[in-house]
Design a protein around this ligand. Structure first.
Ligand code: ADP
Length: 476
């Protein structure tokens, strides 16, 4: 072995076949050996009179006839510019090894990394450009979808008005078809809007006090008719140990439940659908709730389960052809639940049914805590207006008095205008004022006011108008 390594021509051959350049220099800086790669990358035909300071002027200097290096020559990787014979340079990565026996001979092993660095820079640029493009695209989708809502709601409102007056059953059928198409389109627009907002990181989770029972009741009433129309049973249970008043993003929880219940209804033809809320843990003023939506529908195979929560993912094409949908619902639900620091999962058996469940930590308000005022602080825009409204509402007389009635009527009028003009932020303010003005009213009135507010918060014109009519009817 030793004999083999002492063979100079063998060593030269080996050095010349390396992809790295090798330069050996003496302690006075004179280059004494270099391999083929060094000749190639440094563009020399002959390195007899070359000094190491010619190649690495930023790393080495000659002081009192001796070569001095600015870095430790301990074999660590150094990035440095290497200069070619024509004085152009390239980025290199080198290691300097000292001959520990004599300490007057040094070896540099290195690589030209300019190509790699350029590629990395280009990759980064492409990535940055891609991200900017993605952002622009997400914002564009969010804006266009938002704008699409207005004409669709316009058609929906007008067709409903016409339907109310139409007596011809054929025409009425066509109108119903138009109405259904518009409602489907609205649902699709809302999904795309939520999806693009979530992608663009524009989704904000709100913390408000809400009544769990009222929320679940609202969700139940949204799905009850469709479930019963399909001949299915519907059971809803809330564990009695859960406090009614909680703090969290009621609308988003409701949105997830609506999605799960719509799917359960869509994919079940016989049996039942169950919605259950139980508590699984408590810590301080926090409580963990576990929501389950169970059905006895077509179920999902183990293989397909992994695909479920991904973007635009449907189990298979035949299912989507038969049942419709965009494959966005579960993805949005997962993102929403994750934003609320929870997690969503599914247990399912093909042919037997599915159990979609998610858990969330919510806060239990302290005695006398006024989260309504807190909301005002959190929300941007129209803050002063809202506070004024709240104060005005507080100053009015008790529910049922003449003044109270007039106040409610005034707010409802303003709310109607806002809904007509699609100014939802303002509408929310009036809906909240209406809710405040019903404090002390019988339960059906306070529930109707809450439903009205929830419909406004969802920016759902159709539901708001329905809720407003129901509320007015109760007031008499
Ligand atoms: P879609 O709008 O297509 O319903 P989702 O994301 O809500 O989108 O659901 C994705 C897919 O997951 C559905 O197309 C269906 O294949 C499957 N899926 C969802 N919920 C259920 C369920 N309760 N039972 C059976 N399959 C379901």
């Amino acid at each position: 072995m030793r004999q083999l390594l002492d063979n100079k021509s063998y060593l030269r051959k080996m050095a010349d076949n390396l992809f790295e350049f090798i330069i050996v220099f003496a302690d006075d800086g004179d280059v004494t050996f270099s391999n083929e790669e060094a000749y190639n990358v440094l563009m020399y035909n002959n390195m007899d009179d070359v000094k190491i300071t010619d190649i690495f002027p930023t790393l080495f200097t000659i002081e009192n006839g001796k070569c001095v290096c600015r870095e430790n020559m301990d074999g660590r990787m150094i990035s440095v510019n290497a200069y070619r014979s024509n004085n152009t340079c390239f980025e290199s990565e080198i290691r300097i090894l000292a001959d520990t026996e004599t300490n007057n001979r040094f070896t540099i092993v290195g690589r030209d990394i300019s190509g790699r660095e350029r590629m990395l820079r280009e990759l980064k640029l492409a990535k940055d450009n891609g991200q900017t493009l993605d952002k622009v695209k997400d914002e564009f989708v969010a804006n266009v979808t938002h704008e699409l809502r207005t004409p669709v709601n316009g058609i929906l409102g007008n067709i409903r008005e016409l339907m109310g007056k139409e007596l011809d059953s054929n025409k009425l059928y066509t109108m119903e078809m138009i109405e259904k198409s518009c409602s489907d389109m609205n649902a699709l627009i809302n999904n795309i809007l939520d999806f693009s907002k979530l992608q663009a990181g524009k989704f904000e989770i709100e913390e408000r006090e809400f009544s769990l029972h009222a929320m679940i009741d609202y969700v139940r009433s949204n799905h009850m008719n469709k479930i019963h129309e399909k001949g299915l049973d519907f059971f809803v249970t809330i564990s009695p140990d859960i406090p009614d008043k909680l703090i969290g993003d009621e609308l988003r929880i409701e949105q997830v439940l609506n999605n799960l219940l719509s799917n359960a209804t869509k994919f079940t033809t016989v049996g039942k659908i169950m919605l259950e809320v139980v508590t699984t843990a408590r810590a301080g003023d926090k409580i963990e709730l576990f929501f389950m939506v169970m059905d006895t529908g077509i179920g999902i195979s183990d293989k397909d389960r992994d695909k479920l929560f991904k973007d635009f993912s449907q189990v298979d094409a035949s299912i989507s052809r038969k049942y419709g949908g965009t494959g966005l619902g579960l993805n949005i639900s997962k993102k929403l639940v994750n934003l609320m620091d929870g997690d969503i999962s599914v247990d399912s058996m093909p042919g037997k049914g599915s159990n979609f469940n998610f858990s969330l930590w919510l806060r239990v308000p302290k005695e006398g805590e006024n989260t309504f005022v807190e909301d005002f602080k959190v929300d941007t825009g129209a803050i002063a207006d809202r506070q004024m409204e709240s104060i005005e509402a507080e100053q009015t007389s008790a529910y049922g008095s003449q003044e109270n009635r007039e106040e409610i009527e005034k707010r409802i009028m303003k709310l109607t205008l806002c809904v007509e003009m699609d100014t939802w932020e303002k509408a929310e303010m009036f809906a909240e004022a209406v809710k405040q003005l019903t404090i002390g009213a019988p339960k059906d009135v306070t529930t109707a006011a809450l439903r009205l507010k929830m419909a406004v918060q969802k920016e759902n014109k159709e539901k708001t108008i329905e809720a407003m009519e129901a509320f007015k009817l109760l007031l008499g």
